[in-house]
Design a binder for this molecule. Structure first.
Ligand code: BG6
Length: 492
């Protein structure tokens, strides 16, 4: 699909997301000649700034956060000239008329034909407000040109607030013009899940409860809340990670083959999984990080702008099941947490063992494992059994390991590059449709409610450990362990 001319309008351009993700992504798209031939960016913020200052911020953002750091050797002028700054207080209704004029003028100078991407890199309480104002100025309707809006998480705090937020945006923009970002879907290996599943004879026939013993999805982080106390106090790991990233990966892993690769067919299948997801109260574990054993790292309750009595979860582990013919009886163990010993996201498909004959007669051989590593390594690891070389007939697990970003000089595109590119192309496959958001909230809300009604204190785990002991026990009860891939020595 060719990328049509357009103007990208960033609301909240002086914020963190724009500096860390959007400017570097735009730079990399420009380097790779993936931006439209007629293109402009209008950075909107409330602060007094000049376009020249914003262009300096862009250089700084690229220097600090871009995967390519060759800007010093490239003539940046044509890139920087794409950007201008526009000061606007989002609450000021009177400011939107002049903005409309300004954008029309950009259209004339850049030949961008009235096509717009409005990227709302702002707090969710502004989503509906900005959408309303755009609507009031007639800037949100597709009349000969297209108008798309991009919104970031958090998309609500629960189903009720998500419905309200959605209503605010939907009154203005049609569903096909709303792009709800889940940056995990922009990651290379998340995009690869469907290819691995549906382009390999080796895996597709085994992808069901006859052959799969269980699935594990772990999104582990070493960082704490990093100054995001006020947001995190209301979110916790359940809403911050499970509701979106973890459930999206689960949906891609578990969905039926779509009838085609078009956006709606893929989303239809993902929604079915989210609707069939079940969990029991006794299968959910939460935890909060305390100080580490050496007193070097403070606990969550000591973080800035966090209540000293906070019960917010910084760790969640749970066992879910999927009520359908393919997956009945297969546990899906999901886990995410902050201040864990390693930063990685991976999915482990553990296959059933063979019947107790031949090699399985006297020995308990290792299970076959397929590991999809989402980050920081990107790749696929397959573990199977083979004879150890030598005269003893010892059988050991061996592996085939494909790491796509290990090769020297390989530099995977950042999630936001793909996502911005897709918005401009009008392809919303890697964005979440409203019903996906809705069913994810339904799943998460029931857990939040159990916790609200529970009088149990939240388990505290030392920073730098693998979470509360209840997390390991959740799997031990089923005779299993959390598995993790470590590059050191290769294997589990
Ligand atoms: C964000 C969460 O959506 O994802 C953060 O709000 C989290 O709390 C981040 O740190 C993790 O993303 P990644 O790409 O670093 O795994």
């Amino acid at each position: 699909m060719r990328v049509q001319p357009c103007v990208l309008v960033i609301f909240g351009a002086t914020g963190d997301l724009t500096q860390r993700k959007l400017y570097p992504a735009l730079y990399n798209l420009w380097r790779e000649e993936l931006l439209p031939s007629h293109f402009a960016v209008v950075s909107i913020g409330r602060r007094d700034k000049t376009t020249a200052e914003v262009r300096e911020d862009i250089i700084e953002a690229i220097r600090n956060f871009s995967r390519n750091d060759d800007h010093a050797f490239i003539d940046m002028k044509p890139f920087l000239e794409l950007f201008t700054y526009y000061k606007l207080d989002f609450n000021d209704s009177l400011g939107y008329g002049p903005l409309k004029e300004y954008l029309a003028q950009i259209d004339r100078t850049h030949h961008t034909q009235g096509n717009r991407v409005y990227f709302l890199a702002v707090a969710p309480q502004y989503f509906a407000l900005i959408a309303d104002e755009l609507h009031a100025q007639g800037m949100a309707e597709n009349t000969g040109s297209w108008q798309r809006v991009v919104i970031e998480k958090p998309f609500g705090q629960d189903l009720a607030s998500a419905i309200q937020l959605n209503r605010g945006v939907r009154e203005t923009f049609r569903e096909e013009n709303i792009f709800r970002i889940d940056h995990y879907l922009g990651k290379e290996m998340a995009q690869n899940i469907m290819v691995i599943r549906f382009a390999n004879t080796l895996f597709e026939p085994l992808w069901n409860n006859r052959y799969v013993d269980h699935v594990q999805i772990s999104l582990c982080e070493t960082v704490g809340v990093e100054g995001r106390g006020p947001y995190y106090e209301k979110a916790g790991a359940l809403r911050d990670m499970i509701q979106n990233h973890v459930l999206q990966l689960l949906a891609l892993i578990a969905m039926e083959p779509p009838v085609s690769l078009d956006t709606e067919s893929v989303r239809d299948e993902k929604v079915k999984i989210l609707r069939s997801l079940k969990v029991k109260p006794q299968d959910v574990v939460r935890g909060q990080y305390g100080p580490d054993k050496h007193g070097r790292c403070r606990g969550y309750r000591e973080e800035d702008r966090v209540s000293p009595n906070s019960n917010t979860d910084t760790f969640v582990a749970l066992k879910a099941t999927i009520d359908n013919f393919r997956w009945a009886g297969v546990p899906f163990y999901l886990r995410t947490g902050k201040r864990l010993p390693q930063k990685y996201s991976e999915i482990v498909i553990s296959f059933k063992k063979l019947p107790g004959v031949l090699y399985f007669k006297e020995r308990d051989l290792a299970s076959n494992l397929l590991v999809i590593r989402v980050n920081p390594d990107e790749g696929v690891y397959l573990q199977f059994n083979a004879k150890q070389p030598g005269t003893q007939s010892t059988i050991l697990p061996v592996s085939m390991d494909f790491c796509q970003n290990c090769a020297e000089g390989f530099n995977s595109p950042e999630a936001y590059e793909r996502l911005l590119y897709d918005v401009m192309r009008g392809d919303s496959t890697l964005f979440t449709r409203w019903d996906e958001v809705e069913y994810s909230w339904r799943f998460v809300d029931q857990i939040a409610e159990w916790w609200e009604n529970s009088h149990e204190p939240i388990p505290i785990y030392p920073a730098g450990s693998w979470g509360p002991k209840e997390s390991a026990e959740l799997l031990k009860r089923d005779g299993r362990d959390w598995l993790r891939f470590t590059r050191v020595g290769g294997g589990f």
